[in-house]
Every structure is written in C-alpha cells, then in structure tokens.
Design a protein around this ligand. Structure first.
Ligand SMILES: [Zn+2]
Ligand SMILES: [Zn+2]
Length: 239
C-alpha cells in the first residue's frame, strides 16, 4: 500500500515552532494535506509524542516517534524509534544530555506540553535550543542501542548540519540515510556531492508552521506491506 510520509515536523514544544502546532492541529493538517503518516521531531525532547500519537491513531494517521537531537558539535540529527516501548529510554537519555539552562519564553518562544485534547499540561523549563552534551558518536551509539534509525538532518544546510559543521560523514559510523531540506534540488545536491548517491535520503518539511507540512504529492512515498512497520521498511530499504 502506498504511504505518504513527512518525517520531520516540530510541535509547539520546540521554542522556534508556532503556537498553532498543537497535537490536533498538526494531525488535522496532515490529513488535509493528504499524508498517511507523520513523525514529530522536536528539538531535544519527546514530551509531546504520547499526545500526538494518540490523536494520530484516533484519526487514522500513521505515526513514527522521533526527535531532532542537537549534538555537542551543534549538528542536528533525527533519531526515529520503533514504538513507545523505547520512549522511556529516549526520555532518560535526553534528560541526561540536555544542559540545565532555563528557557526564556519571551525571548526564545514557548515550549508547551499538551494532552490529546490540546490542553496545555506543562511547559519544558530547560531551553531545548541548546546543544546537548552528546557527541555525534554517542548519539549514534544510543540510537543503535534502542534499534533506532539515525538520520543526519538537512545535510545541505549551511548551519547545524553534519556537512556544515564536520565537512563530511564519518565513514566508521555506517550512516546509510540522510535528510535533505524541502527546497533542495536532489540533482543539484548530487552534482556537488556525488558520494551522496550511495546513501538513501528523506526529504521532509522541517515544518515549524502548519502550512509548511508536506503536501501528499511531495511527500516521501513508500509501498509498505500490511503488517510491516515504516521504520523496518526504511531500514530494509536503505542503500
Ligand atoms: Zn534542524
Ligand atoms: Zn527541525
């Protein structure tokens, strides 16, 4: 069955995301756009995943839990995990590596935690925009420990990307999938980085506003068999 996914969306928990990025608004917009599945990948926190997964399930939208971690090197990486079973391990890891520095909502934006009825049930106090103490290597190792999928984010961007900050993808890590920004031409990227043709890629919205979610027609498209999880599919179809 053909499934259309946007794997990189921020909720209102991310300080830089719009206040309108609530669980129900995101799920409703994904359905309007013709998506069949979404991942929520907030900066350095997963505290809205439970509510959004509930809403998604209720409305028939597939959901893959994820996070956008900022490594010590200020590289953004996406880590996807199979199910909420790994939620606790991920939550503990993030709380261990996130520096204790208070957010100033007036300056950086709110970091709201919601329930499935879009009620605000809390606010993350530590600023989620900071780099964590986890190195790229440590983050990769942790992702493997929880059988996650590790995808360096928006690697074509001139900041907060593995190429902008390291200049290359360390070959010993065995990274096989990358993310390109929504507005990048894949052909142009391959022209400048021919080695990238040996890797699989995702092209996501990195939406911070509702209107930015991918349209179904521009989404990541996969033929997924009944009973096969999207994460397994991604792992099995990496180059
Ligand atoms: Zn990013
Ligand atoms: Zn992002």
């Amino acid at each position: 069955m053909i499934k259309r996914w946007d794997f990189h969306i921020h909720s209102d928990l991310s300080p830089c995301a719009d206040d309108e990025m609530t669980p129900n608004n995101i799920v409703n917009m994904a359905l309007i756009k013709g998506l069949s599945g979404i991942s929520i990948t907030d900066h350095n926190s997963i505290k809205n995943l439970i509510a959004i997964e509930k809403v998604a399930k209720d409305k028939g939208l597939d959901f893959l839990p994820g996070v956008e971690l900022t490594t010590k090197e200020e590289i953004h990486v996406l880590i996807y995990f199979e199910s909420m079973d790994q939620y606790q391990a991920m939550d503990t890891f993030l709380s261990e590596v996130l520096p204790r520095r208070a957010n100033r909502p007036g300056l950086f934006g709110h970091q709201r935690i919601y329930d499935e009825n879009d009620r605000v049930i809390g606010e993350e106090e530590n600023l989620l925009m900071n780099a964590t103490r986890a190195s790229l290597e440590e983050a990769y190792r942790f992702s493997n420990e929880i059988d996650g999928l590790f995808v360096p984010a928006h690697i074509d961007r001139s900041s907060f990307s593995i190429l902008s900050n390291l200049g290359f993808i360390p070959p010993h890590l065995g990274i096989r999938m990358i993310e390109l920004s929504k507005n990048t031409s894949v052909e142009q990227f391959y022209k400048n980085h021919p080695w990238a043709k040996t890797l699989s890629y995702l092209k996501n919205s990195d939406a911070h506003h509702l209107v930015d979610l991918l349209e179904g027609t521009e989404a990541n498209c996969f033929d997924i068999q009944n009973g096969e999880s999207v994460l397994k599919h991604l792992k099995n179809h990496q180059l």
